[in-house]
Design a protein around this ligand. Structure first.
Ligand SMILES: C[S@@+](CC[C@H](N)C(=O)[O-])C[C@H]1O[C@@H](n2cnc3c(N)ncnc32)[C@H](O)[C@@H]1O
Length: 199
């Protein structure tokens, strides 16, 4: 279970993200969660910023390996439209049987969790055969100039952000996973993607 390496990050995460949500990301989070139905698993739920945006879920199970983040997420469970279970777990070894969830959701986390390919495999294992994945991730931009900025920014950012890899080609990793991307939206800079995938 992660403790010290990014406890500072846990403390200041909401300080950075809540204003970001107010001025833009909120809409993205709403889209991420809007069509998550049935039994929903959110990978690396962090401080639970998505929790208020689930409208069609019957149950939300949120996992994270950082107890500080989960403690903050508890405070947001009262804003939920559905029951929420928060579980301390490593996304690379999910403590759930095969085929347990209708929808798997991941946001801003495949960049941080080590071995994102293994995480995508685990998500596929615990999803039902007709289940879906909904994702919102920052990625390496296909634009060379933006990607070069990401490369320069990466070493510092990784140290202050709890291991986030600013220049990781998460879209490529996703496309090489068991998930088939069904629809995808890219920001103007190409540094943010959002969409859904099926098995
Ligand atoms: C940038 S935060 C994103 C939090 C949340 N998904 C959001 O949208 O605000 C990344 C999260 O990944 C979690 N994380 C990192 N490695 C993990 C692992 N191996 N298993 C589970 N969670 C992990 C961190 O604790 C952190 O909460």
């Amino acid at each position: 279970m992660a403790k010290a390496p990014h406890s500072l990050f846990a403390r200041v995460y909401d300080l950075f993200m809540v204003p970001n949500d107010r001025f833009g990301l909120r809409h993205q989070r709403e889209r991420l969660c809007a069509d998550a139905t049935g039994r929903v698993l959110e990978i690396a739920i962090g401080t639970g910023l998505n929790i208020p945006h689930y409208e069609k879920a019957d149950l939300i199970v949120g996992i994270d390996n950082h107890r500080g983040m989960l403690r903050r997420a508890i405070r947001r469970t009262w804003e939920s439209n559905a029951p929420v279970d928060l579980v301390a777990a490593d996304a690379r070894q999910l403590p759930f049987p095969d085929g347990s969830f209708d929808t798997v959701v991941v946001g801003f986390s495949l960049c941080t969790i080590p071995d994102p390919a293994a995480v995508l495999d685990e998500m596929a294992r615990v999803a039902k055969a007709d289940g879906s994945l909904r994702f919102l991730e920052h990625v390496r931009s296909p634009r060379p100039r933006t990607a070069r900025v990401q490369d320069r920014f990466h070493p510092v950012w990784e140290r202050v952000s709890g291991g986030c890899r600013a220049n990781q080609d998460t879209e490529q990793i996703l496309r090489e996973s068991p998930w088939k991307v069904e629809d995808i939206w890219r920001s103007d800079t190409g540094g943010l993607i959002q969409g859904s995938a099926t098995l």
